[in-house]
Design a protein around this ligand. Structure first.
Ligand code: ADP
Ligand code: SF4
Length: 680
């Protein structure tokens, strides 16, 4: 087998990873609140071949309370059973379970516990929690932190974990904050020289090894570069020197970039393997195994990283979310079946919005326990029913694929020549090329299903649908950007919206470009598209002014960890930014804006306006077919995806999948999914 090397076992301290596929810690919004869902999600990854499956950050004490975020919790013995569920689920498939014990320090808001957080000095807590600062940890505090780490390590061992972490990544732990010169101004033996600043981390490693190192591996997650130049750790400077100092101490080095947005950067900004340049030095300084990340989805890139001696284990969070069965598919040489992560970071919003994890590519992510969904398996068909799916966007494609997997005879019709709906259109925009994977994977899977037929260039009217003679019709006809400017911040049509120089994203997708001159891009949508279209227009040499009602450009991209990058890129491209302004009217050659802060009106000279306000569901076909359903001419009719309720692409894929799973199934009695509740 050509990828044999990836399936070699790796000794990690006293334990052996069965292969080189390593699911590094990743948050998921399930955490301590949904332990069964968490265990099932992690268990599926072990089933899919990941040799090591780790938790997310796990709080070791109430004074390291990461609320409002839903992470793991190991505050005392009562928390052991919930985590043991996960370790058992992972062991069931022969994988090792890892746990990332975390003492958050400056990253712990303690909004729940109301205890004073600890820091190397009194410094402002990260994130937008409010004006709160840490208490400078004294020697007793540090002894306490070390004791809490040891107690948590013992509990983790009792819960069944094989790899136990000391966490100094992402700037999110006290041990790392002690390393950082800008945060550590101490004059005692924990401050000053790098050796002193490393003392707490070294002690925590030594303590953990002494406590559990006989049977568990002790891993160190360390951010070797913060991309802050001399103000931070760098891989040529202190990041390098820390690795040199501690080289043989941990059983495993898990190395990455800090902060989190540098580590989980969307594909719009970083491509596969982007961390290699920063972490490659580590293996030269230690004989211990090294794991690194870089959104690896290609087996060739993984193999090459191992062969070149960059890392021993291929770390992955997002690739394992998009395809929990990635390792098995490589082992079985089914490379075309790998569902590659597209790098959209919708999964990250599980954490940032404190909701259960979602994935654009993998609709079963987070649904393994509560809906009983498996990423690879699905119930077989119940009858020989034939289904017509109208619309080949993310919703229609996923629906046709999953129905086809069930064994149904499926016909998918799509008006455009190209399948893929908005995903394929958006994939042509700057930085979003990987969006294609969503469409390509589904088309590849459908190609293998003789029972699914695709008909592009086939716009369907209601009479065409009825004439085609299908008893079951699923309408996935998408949505259209509104031309009248009605949206989040206006409820009546925008004066001048019917002028010829007014365009919508759909016009740009169709290849229509604005006339020469300044383009006003009006973003009342607030997610990525406004910023991407501004970038696209700037690349076409248009002077662009991005006007948004939000206080930030592409404001919602804060939740996908990219807002600062978006704003920076637009500034670099010379896009003029005008936040907290609404668009009041458009006239030939100019547009009238109003400041949402001062209410002052101003005119902006522009040759064209691109409107991103809201989308109008294309539900006309469905409405026209309703009477046929009521008259019994159709046995079933369902509206899904953006045509039902416009949303992010992940939701369209989910809707398509849900419709396929529910097809011919009796409606659930009671709640649509299992709920994890406190047992009183
Ligand atoms: P979603 O995200 O819900 O999948 P999209 O807008 O991405 O929605 O995709 C919907 C697809 O449906 C588009 O490619 C569109 O061309 C197609 N479509 C819409 N109406 C019809 C129709 N009447 N007949 C065939 N295809 C249609
Ligand atoms: Fe990748 Fe997007 Fe899925 Fe996250 S949500 S794993 S970034 S495809």
């Amino acid at each position: 087998m050509s990828f044999e090397r990836l399936f070699e076992p790796v000794q990690i301290g006293p334990v052996v990873a069965p292969n080189r596929f390593y699911q590094v810690a990743h948050c998921n919004g399930l955490g301590y609140r949904m332990p069964r869902a968490l265990a099932a999600m992690r268990g599926v990854k072990a089933e899919g071949g990941w040799g090591v499956v780790c938790t997310e950050e796990v709080e070791i004490h109430p004074s390291s309370d990461l609320s409002p975020y839903i992470e793991g919790r190991l505050w005392d013995d009562e928390d052991i059973p919930a985590l043991a569920l996960m370790a058992e689920a992972v062991h069931r498939h022969g994988a090792l379970a890892g746990i990332e014990l975390t003492y958050g320090g400056l990253n712990a808001s303690n909004l729940t516990s109301r205890l004073p957080p600890l820091g190397p000095r009194s410094a402002t807590i990260f994130g937008g929690y409010g004006p709160m600062q840490t208490r400078r940890a004294d020697k007793q505090d540090l002894r306490d932190v070390r004791r809490w780490q040891v107690e948590a390590a013992r509990r983790a061992k009792q819960a069944g974990f094989d790899i136990i972490y000391v966490y100094a990544g992402h700037g999110m732990s006290l041990a790392m904050q002690f390393l950082q010169r800008r945060l550590n101004d101490r004059r005692d033996e924990y401050g000053g020289s790098l050796e002193n600043r490393t003392r707490l981390l070294r002690e925590m490693l030594e303590d953990t090894l002494a406590a559990v190192g006989d049977t568990c591996a002790v891993a160190l997650r360390l951010a070797v570069d913060e991309l802050l130049g001399p103000d931070g750790l760098t891989h040529q400077g202190e990041g390098h020197d820390i690795v040199a100092m501690l080289a043989e101490l941990p059983d495993l080095w898990d190395v990455n970039l800090s902060g989190w947005s540098n580590d989980s950067t969307p594909s719009r900004f970083e491509k596969e393997g982007y961390q290699e340049a920063y972490i490659a030095f580590v293996k030269q300084l230690t004989s211990k195994p090294v794991v690194g990340v870089g959104r690896y989805t290609s087996p060739d890139a993984m193999l090459s990283a191992v062969r070149r001696g960059v890392m021993d284990l291929i770390g992955a969070a997002r690739p394992s979310i998009a395809d929990p069965f990635l390792p098995n598919k490589i082992r079985e040489e089914r490379l075309e079946d790998i569902r590659e992560c597209i790098g959209c970071n919708i999964c990250v919003t599980g954490d940032t919005l404190t909701v259960p994890i979602r994935c654009t590519q993998n609709p079963s992510m987070g649904e393994e326990w509560r809906r009983g969904w498996h990423p690879e398996r699905i119930a077989p068909k119940k009858s020989d029913a034939r289904v017509l799916v109208v619309g080949g966007g993310p919703a229609g494609l996923e629906c046709a694929r999953a129905l086809g997997q069930r064994g149904y005879e499926v016909t998918l019709v799509e008006a455009r020549r190209q399948l893929g709906g908005r995903a394929i259109l958006e994939a042509a925009l700057p930085g979003l090329g990987e969006w294609r994977r969503l469409v390509e994977w589904r088309l590849g899977q459908i190609e293998k299903l003789p029972n699914v037929s695709l008909y592009p260039s086939s716009p369907m009217r209601a009479e065409d649908v009825l004439e085609a003679g299908f008893a079951h019709v699923i309408v996935a006809s998408g949505a259209t950007w509104r031309r009248d400017g009605v949206g989040r911040s206006r409820w009546q049509p925008l004066p001048g919206c019917d002028l010829p120089q007014v365009l919508t994203p759909d016009d740009l997708f169709a290849g229509k470009l604005p006339p020469p001159g300044r383009v006003l891009l009006y973003d009342d949508d607030h997610f990525y598209l406004g910023g991407v279209l501004a970038e696209f227009l700037a690349q076409q040499d248009y002077p662009v002014t991005l006007v948004t009602t939000a206080p930030l450009v592409s404001a919602y991209t804060q939740f996908t960890l990219e807002q600062e990058r978006v704003q920076k890129r637009l500034a670099q491209l010379g896009v003029e930014l005008r936040v907290q302004h609404s668009l009041e009217a458009i006239q030939p050659g100019c547009a009238r804006l109003r400041s949402e802060l001062t209410n002052a009106a101003s005119d902006l000279a522009c040759a064209a306006v691109v409107l991103l306000s809201e989308r109008q569901p294309n539900d006309g076909l469905y409405q026209e077919l309703r009477p046929a359903l009521d008259a019994g001419q159709l046995a079933s009719l369902r509206l899904i995806g953006d045509a039902e309720a416009p949303n992010v692409i992940a939701q369209a894929v989910f809707a398509g999948h849900l419709a396929a799973r529910q097809f011919e199934e009796a409606p659930a009695e009671g709640l649509p999914f299992q709920v994890e509740r406190l047992q009183l």
